[in-house]
Write a protein that binds this ligand. Structure first.
Ligand code: FAD
Length: 421
């Protein structure tokens, strides 16, 4: 590698929701940034387009980050929903005389208007991309895919599929759960498959969703109804791979019957009958995966490249957005103080800040998943009693709400308050 200054300061690999958020957070800064994406840019979303199958529950912390980097207005101008309340309950076991535990969260109890927002993934991406195109320090390369990474003392050289070579002070892997950047860097992962798939579909219910997210824990996995802006719900049904594939393959009538059966008993009646679900359905394999390191010489990982978790609490992209905001703060601080942005000390600050928090969230969600998919009667009793106890213990419930909304913990500056730059 020659000794001339690198072409860029930062190469970000992957323009998914997390990589594009990092790029926006570095927009208009003194850093020269290139964002690489393997897939063609998605087409712009129009008001006539059907709601996308992939939606995300977005926390207040992510909303603050999106506001600070100037993409929230673009998301609101397209379309999104908000949820004010959340209701979670467990399947009873009448044979063992164990009945449903339940818990209700209301944003009003902690003085907030919403618990979070439900936004289509492609709308988040469209708003991010629109904002990225306004920055002078940003180069967008698409389609472009990384096939080699060579690290030297002062820089990193990145080879692209079409033979082009780029150099930079730092490469960031935001290239998802199967991260090529992570593999090229030789970083291993811990984790396991849940032997579950998450089935996603859009459903019209008989009764209105009342801006409430509903989640029922079934022995095979949780079934969530997320309220959409147009009165329908986006569902995520986590179940065995065989059942998930069967649900995807069913005709609409059979699917609605299966959904009615799974959701109907006890509180499920709150949404009435399942009326229609004419659109496509898809199933995604679910796993827990955590990178053993978030950094290597002149390299950092963010988002699903660093961690994946069960979607039962809708935290995956939210953790990734906090990774992006934290890494941006660390890099901009280093630049301001004249430090090397790719140096070990700089990158370690990022890793120390995020890895513990992410691991804690992964462990809590894994614990929930295991506790609620176990039909052992004493455990059944324990979790139902626990749900009822927490439901009555207001301070504990409020603490859980603040964590789920991303308002607790050591947040990067732009996630702490709504700042615009
Ligand atoms: C059913 C389901 C429901 C979910 N619901 C929620 C939710 O409600 N809330 C929530 O917070 N999370 C949710 N998640 C998790 C969330 O979807 C992920 O955490 C999030 O999409 C990760 O974003 P990312 O940008 O890190 O990775 P990705 O979305 O995987 O993006 C990676 C990008 O990198 C590109 N890329 C890959 N390889 C290369 C390469 N070699 N070169 C260049 N580009 C490359 C890809 O094309 C892609 O654009 C859910 C997940 C599932 C499965």
């Amino acid at each position: 590698m020659n000794a001339s200054p690198p072409d860029y300061d930062v190469i970000i690999v992957g323009a998914g929701m997390v990589g594009a958020t990092l790029a926006c957070a570095l927009g208009n800064s003194a850093l020269r940034v290139v964002l690489l994406e393997a897939k063609p840019w998605p087409p712009e979303v129009t008001a006539h387009d059907e709601v996308d199958l992939r939606v995300s529950a977005i926390t207040h912390a992510s909303q603050r980050v999106f506001s600070a980097v100037g993409v929230w207005p673009g998301m609101m101008a397209r379309r999104m929903g908000a949820f004010r309340e959340m209701h979670v309950w467990d399947t009873g076991n009448a044979n063992a005389h164990v009945y449903n535990g339940e818990i209700h969260f209301d944003s009003a109890e902690i003085g907030e208007n919403t618990l979070g927002y439900i936004v289509e993934n492609r709308i988040i991406q469209a708003a991010l991309l629109e904002r990225l195109r306004t920055f002078d320090n940003m180069t967008l390369l698409c389609p472009a895919s990384v096939i080699s990474i060579t690290t030297a003392a002062e820089s990193v050289q990145v080879g692209l599929t079409e033979g082009r070579l780029l150099t930079a002070r730092l490469i960031v892997g935001a290239d998802g759960a199967h991260s090529n950047v992570r593999q090229l860097a030789g970083i291993t992962t811990h984790g396991w498959s849940y032997a579950q798939k998450g089935v996603v579909a859009t459903v019209q219910t008989e009764l209105p969703h009342r801006d409430t997210a509903w989640q029922r824990f079934l022995p095979s996995g949780p079934l969530a109804f997320l309220p959409l802006h147009d009165g329908r719900c986006s569902i995520v049904w986590s179940t065995t791979p065989e059942h998930a594939d069967a649900l995807v393959a069913m005709n609409e009538t059979a699917f609605l019957v299966a959904l009615d059966h799974a959701f109907a008993s006890h509180l499920g009646g709150q949404l009435g009958k399942m009326i229609a679900s004419p659109g496509p359905r898809a199933a995604f394999p679910l796993s827990l995966q955590h990178a053993t390191a978030y950094t290597a010489p002149r390299l950092a990982l963010i988002g699903d490249a660093a961690h994946t978790l069960h979607p039962l609490a809708g935290q995956g992209v939210n953790l990734g957005v906090l990774d992006a905001a934290t890494l941006a703060e660390v890099l901009l601080d280093a630049r301001r103080f004249g430090k090397d942005i790719g140096a070990h000390g700089t990158l370690r600050r990022y890793e120390r800040w995020r890895k513990g928090d992410n691991l804690a969230m992964l462990a809590v969600m894994d614990g929930f998943k295991r506790l609620f998919s176990n039909d052992f009667v004493p455990l059944h009793w324990l979790r139902n009693s626990g749900l009822r106890l927490v439901h009555r213990a207001t301070p504990v419930k409020n603490l859980i709400m603040r964590h789920a909304m991303g308002l607790a913990g050591d947040l990067p500056k732009i996630a702490r308050a709504t700042i615009r730059y």
